[in-house]
Design a protein around this ligand. Structure first.
Ligand SMILES: Nc1ncnc2c1ncn2[C@@H]1O[C@H](COP(=O)(O)OP(=O)(O)OP(=O)(O)O)[C@@H](O)[C@H]1O
Ligand SMILES: [Mg+2]
Length: 259
């Protein structure tokens, strides 16, 4: 049974190909509750695919995944590869895993407040008034309560991303996945989003963050994973990785990003 001591997520030997292209080639990764893990690696190394496997936007071809100590039941497809065996389990686990994307993905026809309460009311079947209350608190927390009645198009990129983070929090997730949350932002908007993410880390939330922000990786995460060609090339504390002892390739990667 899942309990507090179970890992927030455990991946065992995940393989994934798209046609001939092997994108994940045996990835194993365990995140404890409260871990903040930065996932770094060059373009095409498989970072997004890994996150998408965790919340089953993609099914792995091989390997095992558990969320909060509960193994996702996978069965073999006739054509090869795996698929979830029970849709109900996937729906339930997915609602515990929130994903924040580079491109915000807010619903443009809904106000910010409506964006936040949509899934809690319709998917989680929680009481609307309670959801509105909680959503306003979350908007306060990310600093945009005054924008609750606006549509996404009327917000800056940084504000939209903070709204997307608040929307993720409104699901009361056990695990948060971020896929390059600041990459689409103007440079002067990056800091406001990173500050919100740092506050979440300090609250003890479990976060897996694909990022190119080296300051976040160094200062906020307690662990850094470096991917190279579909495998984890190095994995350790920020000091271990940025100290340069773990991987020469990682050292070269950081030098490249800093240029
Ligand atoms: N649905 C798909 N169909 C075919 N190829 C795919 C699919 N998704 C990803 N790929 C390919 O898999 C490889 C890894 O993609 P992925 O998006 O995981 O990399 P990434 O590390 O997130 O890169 P980036 O830093 O550019 O976001 C890429 O070559 C990509 O083109
Ligand atoms: Mg990616």
């Amino acid at each position: 049974m899942p309990n507090e001591a179970s890992p927030a997520v455990a991946l065992h030997d995940i393989h994934k190909s798209f046609g001939e292209l092997q994108v994940l080639r045996g990835v194993s990764l365990t995140a404890a509750q409260g871990d903040v893990i930065s996932i770094l690696g060059s373009s095409g190394s498989g970072k997004s695919t890994l996150l998408r496997c965790i919340n089953l936007l993609e099914s792995p071809d091989e390997g095992a995944i558990s969320i909060g100590g509960e193994a996702i039941e996978l069965r073999r497809r006739r054509a090869g590869g795996l698929e979830p065996a029970r849709v109900a389990q996937v729906d339930r686990l997915r609602s515990q895993v929130a994903m924040v994307f580079q491109s915000f993905n807010l619903w443009s026809h809904l106000t910010i407040l409506e964006n936040l309460i949509e899934a809690p009311v319709h998917v989680q079947k929680r009481r609307r008034l309670e959801c509105i209350d909680e959503a306003m608190g979350l908007l306060e927390k990310v600093g945009i309560a005054d924008k609750h009645a606006h549509y996404p198009a009327h917000l800056s990129g940084g504000q939209q991303q903070r709204a997307a983070i608040a929307r993720a929090l409104a699901m009361r997730p056990k695990l948060m996945l971020f896929d390059e949350p600041t990459s689409a932002l103007d440079p002067e908007r990056v800091g406001e989003v990173l500050r919100v993410m740092r506050a979440l880390a300090e609250e003890g939330r479990t976060m897996l963050v694909v990022t190119h922000e080296m300051s976040f990786a160094r200062q906020v995460s307690n662990r850094v994973v470096f991917m190279h060609q579909g495998q984890i090339e190095a994995d350790g504390s920020p000091d271990e990785l940025f100290g340069g002892e773990k991987s020469e390739r990682f050292r070269r990667f950081t030098a490249e990003v800093a240029r």
